[in-house]
Design a protein around this ligand. Structure first.
Ligand code: KG4
Ligand code: ZN
Length: 804
């Protein structure tokens, strides 16, 4: 920013039913009086924030007499509020800031409500009760005087509306309390009926405003405050873990013994893969035993089982997070910490000696620190005994820095080094990337790339299209050039976070997308620069030709992140926006292997959400011959794996098991094989597998997992082949192709190539790495749409139910 005294800032907040948007010239050194509002576009906007936000920003900028290039920074309300609403605001803001290479600031939505009231002249004690749905509110107390709205609380929390009433009723000066907040829409009567002696502010002061957000931010320091303004680091204010995680903790804290139901995995089968999950009561003994083994090298007294149990109790004063790593049914590592103010104090990190150097400590810490962050922490701190260099190196790689020394902490002469890191720790926690990326905070905004005239001409000629995919649990970004060369293909998956639930948890997937999107885009922009041999820096948004994004189908909370980000990014970088159908992406993945593929042909789509047999008569002309009546093929793999306690996703695990199995060992039903149509049914097969397991277990026989897996696969794939061949014969097509996550299955690939090839059909298969969700396939669709000038308006929204 050339002059931080007079920065043009766009403020947005979509955490509630108010779409708050204002443009201001801000001199943050002048406090509240330094905010000069240039335009205001606040308006009620129920559930349509993603449709209206970018156009509203455009309108506000135009009201203010400026355009995207004049913006010095963006400011976003980080909630708390509606989860999807907060995500839309933050994702759009990240896109705007990344696309403009401008700073992104965040402020609390509750503060914005308080400051709006302050601006309207309200003084004295103010209670804000923002709606948190399901009978709950986010309560926040402020003291408003001439100088502004001061917070009387530490961090945002969520409580039952009735509990908020009780808390406020107990205030000594309750008769002077004034209340507002959109929680009053739903719970206003409750606040009245319980005799809370407070004055309710006029309804127009119940919601955040763009101006309130700007005032709150300026009061907190504005542009001059020392907080990161890198869009990668701005995250929603969360007040609790996802429901799935909360319930899991409750179950794990109670369970006497771990079962598939409580842990998501059968521990005796978990040897197939390393498992991470929150510590449960059933782990206490093993945890204490492991601590004792490592005690000789660790400087603290070993923990007893009772100590672990009390850590897990629901009523500990400071929130805790403890994670364990399991391998072969054995507890091999654990880490834990407690939340004190906004700091995660790491209590213990232990990995059994024979399992070191596999990145386990790092992953455990990543999980613990992630929980802490969700619970409001901004930093993590820990102590290392001086001289324990390997440990200090590990922590340094995670971004911890020495911040002090505690003399004699571990006994006379044994000092502790205190190390502190800011959250999030910069590391990927997915299965694909065991190594952390460099944990160095970058300076933001980034330097503009340096290009020669030839390089610029080359970039113009290449017409690079950046594509984003976020429909399920992978955040993926690819960059493609005009002739279809994939120059970057990045995938950041949150699979590790879903595995123990036996399926994707939508709320976790959505949160992970918000965290990963900027980093994944950046990695793609860097990868493409490398692929093009450009040494002057990563591709800048303005060097792209267009932005494509998956519009649907998929999980709505996941899709909106990619869509909102893409729209903000395209608007700020002044690029056309392209909407892509995810299912078309799976089809076009075939073009990455065979660019000459031309309709007509038969296409089988087998993914986690879809099972379809399609007659592709021409590009864009799809005749869906049949679909599944119940579960999708990938879903059947996932459900069987879950029933066996093998974790998620089931496809890769089952196909690995099937390698060594006999596909004829067990006779499973081939549903709808002879139905003389193109419909499929898979739910019965799962039941048959479960019945088989029960029957064998009851008979005292051990189950041969490889045979089971191979027989299950054969039952699924025989039907797929039969119907594909029928469709080929019936339509007269001689070309066939495949797509979707299950297309990665080597047995299905081999079977189709062999059996259809023998019958004279030309078979195309997508590259193995373009079967499960990825952005390369989205980029290929976007590239073709770009060529045709098929662009989407900024009012485009995610469509979870899109079909072919
Ligand atoms: O296409 P995809 O990544 O996501 C959706 O759009 O649904 O497909 C994911 C599905 C999961 O159900 C997963 O178990 C399955 O693809 N899958 C496989 C294999 N790899 C992934 N199924 C069978 N064999 C595999 N090797
Ligand atoms: Zn997919």
């Amino acid at each position: 920013m050339a002059d931080s005294r007079a920065a043009v800032v766009v403020a947005i907040d979509t955490s509630s039913d108010m779409l708050a948007c204002a443009v201001a010239r801000v001199d943050s050194r002048a406090g509240a009086s330094g905010v000069e509002i240039l335009a205001v576009r606040d308006h009620a906007c129920r559930r349509r924030a993603n449709v209206e936000l970018v156009d509203t920003v455009a309108a506000a900028l135009s009201d203010a007499g400026c355009s995207a290039v004049d913006v010095d920074g963006y400011l976003v309300g980080r909630g708390p509020g509606s989860f999807t609403g907060v995500r839309i605001g933050i994702s759009t803001a990240k896109g705007l800031a990344r696309g403009a290479n401008a700073p992104l600031y965040g402020a609390s939505t509750l503060d914005a409500v308080a400051w709006s009231a302050w601006h309207a002249g309200v003084r004295g004690k103010l209670g804000v009760a923002a709606d948190a749905m399901r009978g709950e509110v986010y309560p926040a107390l402020y003291e408003l005087d001439e100088s502004g709205a001061a917070r009387l609380f530490e961090r945002e929390r969520v409580v039952k509306a009735a509990a908020a009433v009780e808390e406020w009723r107990a205030l000594p000066d309750v008769d002077e309390l004034q209340i507002c907040g959109d929680g009053l829409v739903r719970y206003g009567k409750l606040f009245e009926d319980t005799g809370l002696m407070a004055r309710v502010l006029p309804r127009e002061l119940w919601w955040p405003s763009g101006e309130g957000l700007l005032l709150a931010w300026t009061a907190a320091g504005g542009v001059d405050v020392d907080v990161p303004c890198d869009p990668a680091l701005v995250l929603p204010v969360y007040t609790r873990l996802s429901d799935a995680e909360e319930n899991e903790r409750r179950r794990l804290g109670l369970a006497e013994s771990a079962t598939v139901e409580t842990t998501g995995v059968a521990d005796d089968l978990a040897g197939r893969h390393l498992q991470f999950r929150p510590m449960g009561a059933a782990d206490a003994e093993a945890a204490a035993a492991l601590d004792a083994v490592c005690f000789t090298e660790e400087a603290h007294e070993p923990w007893t089982p009772g100590m672990f149990l009390s850590e897990l109790a629901a009523d500990v004063p400071a929130p805790r997070s403890w994670w364990v790593a399991h391998d072969n049914g054995e507890l091999i590592g654990m880490a834990g910490g407690m939340v004190v103010d906004q700091d995660l104090q790491v209590l213990d990190v232990v990995v059994s000696p024979e399992h070191r150097r596999r990145g386990i400590a790092r992953k455990l810490l990543a999980h613990v620190s992630y929980d802490a962050q969700i619970l409001g922490c901004t930093t993590a701190s820990l102590e290392v005994e001086t001289g324990n260099d390997p440990a200090e190196r590990l922590y340094a790689a995670l971004g911890f820095e020495r911040t002090g020394v505690r003399r004699g902490y571990y006994g006379p002469g044994a000092d502790a080094v205190v190390m502190t890191a800011s959250l999030p720790l910069v590391l990927p926690v997915d299965a694909e990337s065991p190594e952390p990326t460099a944990a160095v905070a970058r300076t933001w905004p980034l330097p503009e790339p340096v290009r020669t005239a030839e390089e610029r001409a080359e970039l113009d000629r290449r017409q690079l299209v950046l594509a984003i995919e976020s429909s399920c649990d992978e955040t993926a970004v690819a960059i493609i050039d005009a002739v279809g060369t994939i120059l970057a293909n990045q995938v950041s998956t949150s699979i590790d976070f879903h595995a123990r639930f036996g399926g994707v948890v939508p709320e976790i997937a959505s949160r992970k997308h918000v965290e990963a999107i900027v980093g994944t885009v950046d990695a793609a922009l860097e990868e493409a620069a490398g692929a093009l041999g450009l040494s002057g820096g990563a591709i800048a948004p303005s060097e792209l030709a267009a932005v494509g994004v998956t519009q649907g189908p998929g999980l709505v909370g996941a899709l909106v992140v990619g869509v909102a980000f893409a729209k903000g990014f395209a608007f700020a970088a002044r690029l056309p926006l392209i909407a892509v159908n995810h299912l078309e992406g799976h089809l076009y993945a075939n073009l990455l292997a065979n660019p000459d593929l031309e309709p007509p042909f038969i296409f089988t789509l087998v993914s986690g959400g879809h099972t379809m047999l399609v007659h592709v008569r021409a590009w864009g002309d799809y005749q869906v011959l049949g679909e599944t009546l119940d579960d999708a093929v990938g879903e059947a793999f996932d459900k069987v794996a879950k029933a066996l306690g093998l974790g998620y996703p089931g496809g890769p695990i089952i196909s690995r098991l099937a390698e060594d199995g006999d596909s004829k060992a067990i006779e499973f039903p081939r549903a709808m094989m002879h139905s003389h149509d193109y419909r499929f049914s898979l739910s019965g097969l799962k039941t048959a597998v479960v019945q088989y397991i029960d029957q064998e277990t009851a008979a005292g026989r051990t189950i041969h997992l490889p045979d089971l897996a191979a027989s299950f696969e054969a039952a699924v794939f025989d039907v797929q082949f039969k119907k594909a061949w029928d469709a080929l014969r019936q339509t007269g097509a001689t070309e066939y192709c495949l797509g979707g996550g299950v297309a990665a299955n080597p047995h299905l690939r081999e079977l189709l190539v062999r059996k259809l090839g023998r019958r004279g059909v030309h078979v195309t298969l997508p590259p193995q790495n373009a079967c499960t969700d990825n952005a390369a396939m989205i980029a290929e669709v976007a590239r073709r749409k770009f060529r045709e000038g098929d662009f989407a308006p900024f009012s485009m929204d995610a469509d979870p139910n899109m079909t072919l």
